[in-house]
Ligand binder design. Structure first.
Ligand code: ARG
Length: 465
């Protein structure tokens, strides 16, 4: 049953119905629409628009529908209703008759849909935060398991300086903590209730909007009716947070795809998250990681899509805004899936520390050490950089590592170089010297790891309920 038939005499075109109906996707808001409707019926009773008995009948019928929805017993797919709001209202009228027609008093689908979507977004942000905490947990434990493994660190995808694998892990933990708190920020802004703002100008009935907001779990009511019904910033916040989180997952995927490549051979991914080739029997492809990287595109697309949809809209509600939902639903689903798959990948990967150590030793990743060594002997850094560069060139011409050059040849470049240079160039020394806060020495990394593991307990208490 259309909610707006009175003013119309002509039929709706079936093509228009197809483009206008949102039930095929907004049925996902059923739970929120029913809970919002129950809260609205209470607010109407408090405002003496409904009697206590009327409110109870409405609430009983809606609660029954809610149970059916939760048990997956409601057939949305064969319904002809325009959207979830008409679906719920029609159900109410079919079940309790004319009394059901009183529920929409003082309410518009404009404040209703904004409320439903805020409720939905809140719940899903909390789900995503739980996922992010699980991933932080998995990464911290991968760091603990592989605390001493040294890998080459890269800039420009050229071997730059060696780092601990656990240091690499903690870099991603920093990103994931920011993702978590970015979602907190989004939650703070979502926490206002549009209900009671009507179509755009506010309702005429004496609704206690403060109490209604609290009843629905919001902090406060939205303060301006025009803004309340036309604001979708909270969806954009969700999409931006999801996009940034996906970008981090994509970089993680990219690192791991490279580490897993035949060329690097730094690690092995579990059979559980890889697939084979239909033609080449030897292949074991990192598909899970490629999909994490690949799914970024559509999530970024949803953010861009909604920004463009919103940019030209005059106040207040316009039907364009119905386009806010499918992208948000999909972004949340993809981000949720990718966070979970990342946990599986990280928890099951096996490092090949012989290969990582060998690679870290090659590529003149200790050239900076030679320069720093000369600085310690009072040579100005710029000159030291030049001498170290010449040493690298010499070593390349002989096909050896820096520390394999005979002392005499090194002395030929600078007589400040002595026997002690060799311990300085050793891989372990290169790591050990970076004991500054935030650096990659064993001590700083294991301190940082312990701190994060302690914080993890608090994160779990806060976000995994
Ligand atoms: N299905 C609509 C949406 O998602 C609900 C709001 C309809 N409001 C209106 N004035 N037609 O945006």
């Amino acid at each position: 049953m259309a909610l707006w038939g009175g003013r119309f005499s002509g039929e709706t075109s079936s093509m228009f119905k197809q483009v206008n109906d949102s039930l095929p996707f907004d049925y996902r808001l059923a739970e929120q629409d029913i809970k919002g409707s129950i809260a609205w019926s209470k607010a109407l009773a408090n405002a003496k628009v409904l009697t206590a008995e009327e409110q109870q009948s409405i609430e009983a019928a809606l609660s029954k529908l809610l149970i059916n929805v939760e048990q997956g017993e409601v057939d949305f797919a064969s319904s002809e209703e325009e959207d979830i709001h008409s679906f719920v209202e029609s159900y109410l009228i079919d079940t309790i008759g004319d009394l059901g027609k009183k529920l929409h008093t003082g309410r518009s689908r404009n404040d209703q849909v904004a409320t439903d979507l805020r409720l939905w977004t809140k719940t899903h942000i909390q789900q995503l935060q739980a996922d992010v905490v699980q991933l932080i947990d998995a990464v911290l434990h991968a760091a603990s398991r592989n605390g001493d493994v040294i890998i080459p660190g890269y800039t420009h995808l050229q071997r730059a300086q060696p780092v601990l694998f656990s240091h690499w892990c903690l870099a991603y933990v920093e990103m994931f903590k920011r993702d978590l708190h970015r979602l907190d920020d989004a939650l703070n802004r979502i926490n206002q209730s549009p209900l009671g703002c009507g179509a755009l100008a506010g309702t005429t009935f004496p609704i206690d909007r403060e109490a209604l907001a609290k009843d629905l779990g919001f902090d406060t009511p939205c303060l301006n009716s025009l803004d309340a019904v036309s604001d979708r910033d909270f969806v954009l916040d969700l999409l931006f947070s999801s996009s940034t989180g996906m970008m981090h997952l994509s970089r993680l995927a990219e690192d791991l795809i490279f580490y897993n490549s035949g060329e690097a051979g730094f690690l092995q991914l579990s059979d559980a998250v890889t697939s084979g080739s239909s033609l080449m029997p030897q292949k074991k492809n990192p598909d899970a990681l490629e999909l994490m990287r690949g799914k970024c595109g559509r999530v970024f697309g949803h953010l861009q899509g909604l920004l463009v949809t919103m940019k030209g809209l005059p106040l207040a509600y316009n039907k364009d805004m119905q386009e806010d939902k499918e992208g948000a639903f999909d972004a949340v689903l993809q981000y949720h899936i990718c966070l979970q798959i990342a946990v599986e990948v990280i928890s099951t990967l096996k490092l090949n520390d012989t290969a990582t150590t060998k690679a870290a030793q090659q590529g003149y990743a200790n050239a900076t050490e030679l320069a720093d060594y000369l600085v310690d002997k009072n040579m100005p850094f710029r000159t030291a950089h030049d001498v170290a560069g010449q040493a690298v060139m010499l070593a390349i011409s002989k096909g050896v590592a820096l520390e394999q050059l005979p002392l005499e040849e090194l002395k030929g470049l600078s007589d400040l170089i002595g026997e002690d240079v060799f311990e300085c160039l050793a891989l372990e020394a290169v790591i050990a010297k970076r004991n500054i806060l935030g650096g990659t020495s064993h001590k700083t990394v294991s301190d940082a790891l312990h701190l994060e593991l302690e914080k993890l307990d608090r994160l779990k208490e806060t976000y995994l309920t």
